[in-house]
Design a protein around this ligand. Sequence first.
Ligand code: ADP
Ligand code: MG
Length: 141
Amino acid sequence: MVTETRSPEETYALGEKIGKAAQPGQIYTLTGDLGVGKTVFTQGVAAGLGITEPVSSPTFTIVQVYEEGRLPFYHFDVYRIGDIEEMEEIGYDDYFFGNGICLIEWAELIEEILPDNVISITIEKDLTQGFDYRKITVDGL
Ligand code: ADP
Ligand code: MG
C-alpha cells in the first residue's frame, strides 16, 4: 500500500490509523532518512493506541516503553546499536514475541533477528513533488 502525504499532519494521521488497527504482537519496521518523518509517524501510531504522553525518539536507550494505551507500545531506535548482543542484553524477545506493539526505527541494522512477519513502512521524500511531500509504503499489512 502506498500513501502520499503533503504535510506532517497527514503523515501523523496515517500513523494514527495504523495504531488504531494494530493487533497484539505486531511488529512494524520504519525505514527512512533523517528528517523524513519517522518520529511524526510514530507519534501518530502512539496516538492511535491511545497514548497521550509525549513520544520522541529514544535517543539514549534502545527501547522506550509506553504502557498507558490500548496495548503496550515498544518504540525501538536501533540506530546507535554496535552489536546485535545489545539486543540480547535488553531482552528484546520479550518485546518482539509479547502482546504489545513494536515499532523499530532503523530495523535494517538488526535484520538478522527480525521475524518474517513484520509490517514494513518506508518513508521517502521526492523533492520534485515539493518539500513536504512524502511517499509512505506499507508492506505486509
Ligand atoms: P525523523 O524522525 O525521520 O528523523 P522527524 O519526524 O523528526 O524525522 O521530522 C520530520 C520533519 O519533516 C518535521 O520537521 C516535519 O514537520 C517535516 N515534514 C514536512 N512534511 C512532512 C510530511 N509530509 N510528513 C512528515 N513530516 C513532514
Ligand atoms: Mg526521529
